[in-house]
Design a protein around this ligand. Structure first.
Ligand SMILES: Cc1cc2nc3c(=O)[nH]c(=O)nc-3n(C[C@H](O)[C@H](O)[C@H](O)COP(=O)(O)OP(=O)(O)OC[C@H]3O[C@@H](n4cnc5c(N)ncnc54)[C@H](O)[C@@H]3O)c2cc1C
Length: 402
């Protein structure tokens, strides 16, 4: 007979691991299936980071993992949004929101590592790793999961956290709407002549946005993460050119706000597309994180949105009595997540379209948009709350700080 658990989580990336850890304090039996759990390693100055917003910071705090992450995180105390060749600028500060930081820039590898270490320490979940799912069958009361190594598992609820290309979506016949942006994000790090002072910069150019975010690196304030959206046609030359040539081109796109760029880190490229699952649930299954929606990184919303999926699901499961995969629980999950998901996806996609477009009329609109963002209080407030992660249903873990 296959082993039986209340909840089986497929995929132990950042979001799947967060769900597993969020359920550690509940009486539910949980299994987490992951082919490649994070490996520990020393931090590098050019390590890839992601921006976690205020809501995510609070959720990570509620999960008990923030104290470790705070040591390797750089606070973002302001943002500065501009368009190359125009004067309009929009600025947001933590002070105007009454916060210490709008968010934090954190090494992505450390988030995974710290969550997995916490899971091991808690000793509450069965960690099936390395292991991967090879198929799923459904009965009225259970999902039956088959692993590649021949093991089988019965679960009341399956949490699909298996990423943008979610094999589970395919096996369950759930369609996904894909939009190929014909762009890649080049992610690297730069040293700059002037300190960033906790400011995250986003500069829109006709080819796509270039972002510089404060990077956690010792006590220096002269190291930034650089995320440069690049059209597919120009990717190879930008990835292959000499460091000096890349630095000069990045400097030209970004300008001199942080002085000269003096050193470049390793370059990594990520093809960009938006993938939206047609459903957030199926009988006995819910989708979270990139398996539910993968977004363009321009607004730094992907993990933040996925973490709200995770926190909302854990909140519902913590108070549910009995069957973890009951239709009522799945329905409530979809009801709570759908508005936040569509608002965040449309907000992100709108930014990509508005700022990637070379149509002359749109330039004026962009200029007005930046001015309005800087000057019109209702719009400022709406964008600020969206970016902080409070634009939709706020899971209880994100409502207060400890
Ligand atoms: C360039 C770039 C910059 C970004 N910057 C930001 C940012 O600043 N802020 C932000 O919030 N987000 C950002 N994001 C988005 C963020 O990185 C993702 O949304 C997030 O990492 C997704 O996590 P996930 O756990 O849902 O998916 P994944 O990390 O893809 O994890 C899926 C997991 O499923 C596992 N899996 C796959 N198939 C199987 C199987 N058959 N069986 C078992 N397991 C399986 C995989 O091994 C993997 O570990 C950025 C993305 C990019 C590309």
């Amino acid at each position: 007979m296959p082993r039986e658990v209340d909840v089986a989580i497929v995929g132990g990336g950042l979001v799947g691991a967060a769900v597993a850890h969020g359920l550690a304090g509940t009486p539910l039996s949980v299994a987490l299936i992951e082919p490649a759990p994070p490996a520990a390693g020393a931090a590098d100055w050019d390590e890839r980071c992601i921006a976690v917003n205020q809501a995510s910071y609070r959720i990570l705090q509620a999960l008990g993992v923030w104290p470790e992450l705070s040591r390797v995180s750089a606070p973002i105390v302001s943002t500065h949004i501009s368009e190359r060749g125009r004067f309009g600028v929009a600025r947001f500060t933590a002070a105007e929101a009454g916060l210490e930081a709008l968010g934090y820039n954190v090494p992505i590898r450390r988030i995974g590592e710290v969550l997995w270490q916490a899971l091991v320490r808690a000793g509450r979940s069965q960690l099936l790793a390395p292991a991967s799912l090879s198929g799923i069958g459904l009965t009225e009361t259970h999902a039956v999961l088959s692993l590649h190594d021949g093991r089988r598992l019965r679960a009341r609820l399956v949490v699909a956290a298996d990423g943008m290309h979610s094999p589970l979506r395919g096996w369950l016949g759930i369609a996904a709407q894909t939009r190929d942006y014909a762009q890649s994000a080049i992610v690297t790090a730069v040293r700059t002549a002037r300190p960033h002072r906790g400011c995250a910069y986003e500069r829109f150019t006709p080819d796509g946005p270039i972002a510089l975010l404060p990077k956690p690196w010792a006590a220096e304030e002269n190291v930034c993460s650089l995320v440069w959206t690049t059209p597919r046609s120009g990717l190879e030359s930008r990835m292959q050119c000499a460091d000096a040539e890349f630095l000069a081109a990045a400097q030209d796109a970004f300008g001199e706000r942080l002085g000269r760029f003096t050193e470049l880190g390793r370059r990594q490229a990520f093809p960009l597309s938006r993938v939206m699952a047609a459903e957030l649930s199926a009988p006995r299954v819910v989708f979270v994180g990139n398996a539910a929606q993968s977004l363009h990184p321009v607004a730094a919303q992907g993990f933040n949105l996925g973490l709200r999926d995770a926190a909302t699901l854990c909140e519902l499961l913590a108070v549910s009595a009995g069957d973890a995969g009951a239709p009522e629980l799945l329905r409530r999950y979809v009801e709570l997540r759908a508005p936040d998901r569509s608002r965040t996806a449309e907000f992100t996609d709108g930014l990509v379209r508005l700022f990637s477009n070379r149509v002359p009329g749109l330039r004026g609109l962009r200029h007005l948009g930046l001015l309005a963002l800087d000057l019109a209080p209702p719009l400022r407030e709406a964008v600020m709350w969206q970016n902080l992660g409070f634009g939709g249903y706020t899971p209880s873990a994100a409502r207060s700080t400890r």
